[in-house]
Design a protein around this ligand. Structure first.
Ligand code: FCA
Length: 335
């Protein structure tokens, strides 16, 4: 920042007259400030998104305002607060997609540009609000990668599918969650898994504790299975199911859990000396979701060029054996 100011001064002085020395003041006035609101700031995925957004901020020279907004009230006051601080725009992963019309109206009233990340806002009839640029994961396909990975491992272990129960940790009120777990179920069933063995375990919130509680109910009600597999919208959900199974003595050799994410929740699990039931994760990109969204917002503010209406990112399946290489391939190695 200081260096830029200095260079601007030199340029101004050499270009024409001393009167242009006023230029740096004008530059300070149009300094770019961007908010980044996330629904669950304690979740490693969101910490990573923020980390990559910071990288964009340093590179482009804008100010990043990170705000944890776990409720609708917090979102509304955060938007007002950003406007009061003279921010020009924000990126948000909303705590509830149904807040869509309210958030859009608030951003408009405060004259702030807005882009969504991860969870796409919906209107009163549940349809995505297409006027707000969005970057999310290709949820159904990534879910299929989870299901394919589980099916391949079931076959490798030589389990008879009729003896296997699947804990499908669901969170149906969030469309991306619905699409992810549906993709996983569809892939499993396509691989010959009996649909009747898929046990829906609805979680009340998308964290490990709530998944643990949901999975415990599924396990209690279904003592007939010899082996288990588990999937959810994210790594935290699968960890909840894995911990619940462990509590009943079902360990790595009888559980195949594959999550979605690839942040610290998964990495820490892979660092444990002995494998757990958390077999793998489809790594998605906090770099694209944090850094690229921030750059897109910056360009929108600076040059008036709006982000693409919809960007869907991909993922790659990793297990404890190849996690380092997969992270390298995805440009996440430095973390
Ligand atoms: C949703 C989930 C997060 C993460 C993100 C990409 O917001 O709740 O855990 O998977 O999508």
């Amino acid at each position: 920042m200081k260096r830029r100011l200095f260079l601007t001064l030199i340029a101004a002085a050499t270009a024409t007259s001393a009167s242009m020395i006023a230029a740096p003041v004008a530059q300070a006035a149009d300094e770019v400030k961007i908010g980044f609101l996330v629904k669950q700031p304690e979740e490693p995925w969101f910490q990573d998104e923020w980390k990559f957004a910071e990288i964009a901020a340093k590179e482009k020279g804008f100010t990043l305002v990170k705000i944890g907004a776990p409720s609708g009230e917090k979102v509304m006051s955060a938007i007002d607060n950003l406007a009061a601080q003279k921010a020009q725009g924000f990126i948000i992963c909303t705590p509830d997609v149904k807040l869509g019309p309210g958030i859009v109206a608030k951003a408009k009233a405060d004259k702030l540009k807005m882009m969504t990340v991860d969870d796409r806002l919906v209107d009163g009839s549940g349809k995505p609000i297409e006027s707000v640029p969005h970057m999310g994961i290709s949820a159904y396909n990534i879910g299929k990668q989870v299901g394919d990975g589980i099916a391949a491992e079931i076959k490798k272990r030589g389990w008879d599918m009729k003896d296997v129960g699947a804990i499908d940790v669901t969170y149906e009120q969030l469309p991306t969650a619905h699409d992810r777990t549906t993709g996983a179920t569809d892939a499993l069933v396509a691989a010959g898994f009996p649909k009747a063995n898929v046990i829906a375990a609805p979680q009340a919130k998308t964290d490990t504790e709530n998944a643990f509680n949901a999975a415990n109910i599924a396990l209690t009600k279904n003592p007939q299975f010899k082996h288990w597999v588990a999937y959810a919208l994210n790594d935290e959900g699968v960890l909840g199911a894995v911990r619940a199974a462990e509590g009943r003595g079902i360990k790595a050799d009888n559980m195949i859990g594959i999550g979605i994410g690839g942040s610290d929740s998964a990495l820490n699990e892979f660092k444990k000396p002995n494998p757990t039931g958390f077999f793998g994760t489809v790594i998605i990109s906090p770099k694209r979701h944090g850094e690229e969204t921030s750059e897109l917002m910056y360009t929108w503010i600076k040059d008036g060029k709006a982000p693409p209406p919809l960007t869907l990112t991909t993922g790659m399946l990793a297990t404890r054996d190849n996690v380092t290489q997969v992270r390298e391939q995805m440009g996440l190695a430095s973390k």
